[in-house]
Design a protein around this ligand. Sequence first.
Ligand code: ADP
Ligand code: MG
Ligand code: MG
Length: 886
Amino acid sequence: MTKWVYSFGDGKAEGRAGDRNLLGGKGANLAEMSSLGLPVPPGFTITTEACNTYFEKEEKYPEGLKDEVEKALAEVGRIVGRKFGDRQNSLLVSVRSGARASMPGMMDTVLNLGLNDETVKALAEESGDERFAYDSYRRFIQMYSDVVLGVDHGNFEEILEDEKAKLGHDLDTELTAAEWRAVIDLYKAKVKEELGEPFPQEPQAQLWGAIGAVFSSWMNQRAITYRRLHDIPESWGTAVNVQAMVFGNLGDDSATGVAFTRNPSTGDNQLYGEFLVNAQGEDVVAGIRTPQNITEAARQAAGSDKPSLEKVMPDAFASFVDISSRLESHYRDMQDLEFTIERGKLWMLQTRNGKRTARAAMKIAVDMAAEGLISKEEAVQRVEPASLDQLLHPTIDPDAKRDVIGIGLPASPGAATGEIVFSSEAAEEAKKAGRKVILVRVETSPEDIHGMHAAEGILTTRGGMTSHAAVVARGMGKPCVSGAGSLRVDYRKGELIAAGATLKAGDLITIDGGNGQVLKGEVAMLQPELSGDFAAIMEWADQIRRMKVRTNAETPADARTARSFGAEGIGLCRTEHMFFEGDRIVAMREMILADTEEGRRAALAKLLPMQRSDFVELFEIMAGLPVTIRLLDPPLHEFLPKTEEEIAEVAKAMGVSADKLRQRTEALHEFNPMLGHRGCRLAVSYPEIAEMQAQAIFEAAAEAARKTGSPVVPEVMVPLVGIVKELEYVKQRIDDVAKKVMEKSGRKIDYLVGTMIELPRAALRADAIAKDAEFFSFGTNDLTQTTFGISRDDAASFLEVYRKKDIIAQDPFVSLDVEGVGELVRIAAEKGRAARKGIKLGICGEHGGDPSSIRFCEEVGLDYVSCSPFRVPIARLAAAQAAARS
Ligand code: ADP
Ligand code: MG
Ligand code: MG
């Protein structure tokens, strides 16, 4: 026979903290606290299995459940000396839902169940407090009607507000017993009016109504949506907790409260919480009255004139402090607690591991390791890698005053302050003049890249989380608020119009990319730093991880940032980014426009010194660490001028006709550039481009080695190889150039030639490719595109639909598709290793900074991951967690 019900109370329990799957988080912890001998009102938990069986059986209770509940209820009654359903000495209970993971969207708790027109009288008499009894009853009718009977709580709030207004009361606590009785009559009439039936008076009916409602709430839309968003399987089910009531609303020596054993926003090792005298359940969080601080220290710090718990109920406070620290050492983690004090006696109603900010997580983990409560390995596991994003950008000082003028989407984290500019040109000019600006646009386009670079942050009034502004800002690691629809931009007048204010170009604003707020003026900031607790966690992570972490960087600024965040080399340097700037684009355009090889070589000769000096600088910054340089990858037409104005300008500079330029642009037009003349195909058609780049790389390596005195081993990467002979052909050119440079400089240069694996064919032919390739770098952006046959730039519209319809669980461009793309990576890794012992394997797609993808990389045994500079710490931590788990 399956056991459906687990009892707790009186210093014992049938369950344990480890029974979370069966009893839900709340039930398992109530059992655990009870076994620890802590003051927990007795009760029992109906298992998640009962819930699952209920749904399997078309919403019928499993056999034996009723008997078990009856027995457990009798036992609870015995412990507290009462009887459920008894008219004189009635046991009142709470009915609480509790899944494995805490889940908003589940049924709300019902308190004071068992009260009716009779038992309320007995309660009044027995407690000697009529007001308390009727206050409890009205709460019960309100909660039960809302949660179980589906009569919206708004109905009751309205009635109560009307009555309070009529009676001239401000606070609920001011109502007398008689006044509550009148409210109760109105409540009951409302229920009857809404449902056509009276409010249920029979305690058994009340109880089973509530149990059924908890089960059903597992399948309500809110819960289903929440599960989908958080990857919680339906098969978990929810448990139901039924527990004897204790009353925090029994007068001035009673109270209810919530607390954290440490500060959840800073991590400070200080009890932190709030309570309300003469209150029940969630009054504290409901904001009905202003809650009071628990400790005297917190009260003083907050400058509150309401007395602390420490002051008003010193005995209950002392036991609470004692229990808090016992629970924290028992669970070895910061706890989130709920308690009630009934006539001076403390009761514990909940404990669980508390949610916390990234900063607090870091501090708590480091402190607990220092206290000997957890090991360093555990400390590293305690911090969520993705949450580090919060710490890697400047953030608004939590104590600063915020003058919010609008809200958009939190498109790219971090906060920034600057003068408003409405164009990219203005942004650049201001930057040159040493001023800080926020680029404010309706939307951004590729033409705004230079303006976005110059700005501290970007604000758009249109566009979503995947708009151009959002995507580019995230890539740059710049704060961005997108789609702030309540703001209006008037380019002509140069105004940003908000509901309460009109701002002009030059006015200061602040954006908070972490929450989407747009603020007027300058606001105090905290700068990101890899120091203190953060540095300690990183150091411990480095001791655990196996994989190296490199960065994707081509500018000296990015390379330096990445180094300061602990990057161990460059995994991807995209050389095309180096051709866009300043007068380089002109030389680049000359090269593309040239009709002959000689013409191209002449233009390339102009580019050579620029490339070389770029590489020298990168090699110097990386000081002996590996640097992977990818040869030119995108189709040439990307470099050509687009608008008529631009064409005219370039034509003039180059002394050719605009017509010729236009013709060339048209000739280079492709229907599907993503799959067109790009990658190593360019190097095959125009080997002189690859040769120039190779020459720049090797000469730079020689120069940097001479300057720094430490050897530089460049890794030359050939993109988009699918056919072995493509690599053979290009590698031959690279080797020839290397030989020439070495002869000329008289220096031996060690170097590697390898390829990106970004086409399915390359993965399948990896063994043959590995004969020439000394390393593979998985270019999982393109590999995902080509494996799925989905263009990343066009996917946003339908991938969202796919997610909603549950056809895919995650965006494969964010989190590596382990089953498909991952399988290709696995195949290529195995074949590569078989063909070339010790072949270096890495990943350089955006997945290299995604924690769950990093876990996969660890599984297949890659040597390193490479990600954008701002994700380096995230990757270091994720790599450590992955290594510890495998
Ligand atoms: P949630 O999961 O939303 O926090 P809970 O089941 O913890 O819901 O209950 C909500 C509130 O009711 C909490 O403040 C809790 O302390 C209070 N509560 C629950 N059961 C009892 C009880 N038996 N006696 C007194 N208060 C209770
Ligand atoms: Mg709650
Ligand atoms: Mg709770």
